[in-house]
Design a protein around this ligand. Structure first.
Ligand code: ACM
Length: 534
């Protein structure tokens, strides 16, 4: 495998790259001509490249940088683009505005890495791009990243940076895990206690539980967003072609909500703290009508803030013991004709899913087995690749996110100096890059129902942006490369491009895991097991 030309070491790898001779130099007089509908892409180019380079990239009908929509380019789909860089001009074309946004990120990567600098004023240049012809179309439409802001809150300014990092890699979904046992971050006007009470915990577990017991810090942790912040984030992400998919967990992972509203639980008189431990919490929502009113009201407000077609309602790790022990829940199960109280889980999610469908949204849920949810759910499978196959065979749309390949809270090497991480064998860069969400041996129609994949960054052990980015990078680069390229993804080629791509991560100040650090993982990956969250 020849070493890639550094100036063509693009990540993710485009479908087709034909180097041409020469270079295009951008100067202060280089203007941008945006044809109708291409203005947002021109604005994005200007706002991303302008500050670091000092280039005005002014709008002009005579501009040598031409951005154009052409609806005859249907083969490019929603996100594909064609880019021609010649010695005198640059032409970026797409069938859809989102394709132009993806092409803008390629233009950024063709420039010297200093063009990515986020602060420190304009760098010196020169601002040259290699002449090249690129045609680029992603393999699948869902290339996402979950960030858990419930276990550890991150301010919205950091979420904007995260969106920028995703967009640079052509990842297109930010899945925002907004609520969990340890914190409720979504403002809900009808239930202000969700954030005034549910967004604060008195202390946090430090590290995993072990033979020496469970240890805690003595530091309160809190944080919640305002609706204005979240609307601003949604807008910021949309300008970059990234959809923010909100997740509100139910009927389990709700301890923070129950600390605020014990009347929604199975023992209404009980007083609960926001949980300060990691793991699966036994407290779950009750099944009385007041609970459904609560869920619908919360989701109405969520839908008002998040225009995403997809609304995630969690659904996993819901112990049914409280329902089994509750006369009211047992009575409800019997009245609904359910076999037992455990069946309330599917019934609960089915009701909420139907409500979202009525409102024109697509419910998303974590799979328990892949076959337990109504068919209008998009199913996110994580425990076992067999669940992705089962769900897709059944007719679900599937986002395949197997924990042994996409959970970035596991360490990335077996080196004992790695920071404290989720217990389990490492998830290496290679494992992430090798992950195929819809293996070629599956039937074509089944593979077609796999929307794509996404990385998960659960934050029990990642408290700060630095810790998040150390775990995230370069594994997010691997996920982005493979998920954009699909079966065309090749590991040696990725590694070669990544060695050049690190200059971009350096320019952006990403504290990524060193490429050559750590011995290879030797521990066998426990496949097909439920991931203990504790
Ligand atoms: C999950 O890991 N709780 C989906």
């Amino acid at each position: 495998m020849p070493a890639p030309r550094p100036d063509l070491a693009l990540l993710p790898r485009p479908s087709k790259v034909s180097p041409l001779g020469g270079r295009l130099t951008l100067g202060r007089d280089t203007a941008v001509r945006a044809l109708p509908g291409a203005e947002p892409a021109a604005d994005l180019l200007r706002s991303l490249v302008g500050p670091a380079t000092g280039l005005p990239l002014a709008p002009s009908p005579e501009g040598r940088i031409v951005l154009a929509l052409d609806d005859r380019l249907v083969g490019l789909g929603e996100e594909g683009y064609g880019l021609t860089v010649g010695p005198q001009a640059l032409l970026l074309r797409a069938a859809h505005p989102t394709g132009l946004l993806r092409g803008v990120q390629t233009v950024r990567q063709l420039l010297p890495a200093e063009a990515l600098l986020l602060s420190g004023g304009p760098a010196a240049g020169p601002w040259e791009l290699p002449c090249v012809e690129i045609t680029d179309v992603p393999d699948r439409p869902w290339r996402g990243a979950l960030l858990d802001v419930a276990r550890h809150f991150q301010p919205v300014g950091y979420l904007r940076r995260y969106v920028d990092l995703l967009a640079l890699h052509k990842l297109n979904v930010l899945h925002l895990h907004l609520t969990d046992d340890q914190g409720w971050r979504m403002p809900v006007d009808a239930y202000p206690r969700l954030t005034s009470v549910g967004s604060r915990r008195a202390r946090s577990q430090r590290g995993p539980s072990g033979p020496g017991g469970t240890h805690f810090d003595a530091v309160p942790h809190e944080g919640a967003y305002t609706k204005a912040e979240l609307r601003g984030l949604v807008r910021y992400a949309a300008e970059r072609g990234v959809t923010v998919v909100p997740e509100i967990e139910m009927p389990g992972h709700v301890r923070a909500a129950l600390a605020a509203h014990p009347e929604l639980g199975n023992s209404p008189g009980r007083s609960l703290e926001v949980w300060d431990r990691w793991g699966v919490c036994g407290t779950v929502l009750g099944v009385h009508e007041e609970v459904f009113d609560f869920c619908r009201t919360v989701l109405e407000e969520v839908m008002d803030v998040f225009p995403s077609p997809y609304i995630h309602i969690g659904g996993e790790e819901c112990p049914t013991t409280e329902w089994e022990n509750s006369p009211a829940a047992r009575e409800r199960a019997a009245a609904e004709g359910l076999a037992d109280p455990a069946a309330l889980h599917g019934w609960f999610l089915g009701r909420i899913g139907a409500f979202l469908v009525e409102r024109g949204r697509i419910p998303v849920g974590w799979a328990v087995s892949g076959t337990e949810l109504p068919l209008d759910f998009t199913v996110m499978t994580w425990r076992d690749p067999a669940h992705a196959l089962a769900a897709a065979r059944r007719g679900h749309r599937v986002v395949a996110a197997h924990h042994r390949a996409t959970y970035l809270d596991y360490a990335q090497s077996g080196d004992p100096s790695e920071p404290v991480a989720q217990p389990g064998a490492p998830v290496t860069l290679r494992t992430v890059h090798d992950y195929e969400p819809a293996p070629g041996e599956w039937a074509e129609d089944v593979r077609d129902r796999v929307l794509g994949t996404q990385a998960q960054l659960w934050t029990e052990y990642a408290r700060t942006p630095e810790e998040i980015e150390y775990l995230g990078f370069p594994r997010l680069c691997a996920l982005a490369d493979r998920s954009w390229s699909g079966g065309r993804g090749d590991w040696p080629g990725f590694v070669g491009r990544l060695r050049h791509h690190t200059a971009r991560l350096d320019a952006l100040g990403v504290p990524y895991h060193p490429l050559d650090a750590g011995p290879p993982a030797t521990a066998p990956a426990p496949s097909g097991t439920a991931r203990p969250h504790s």
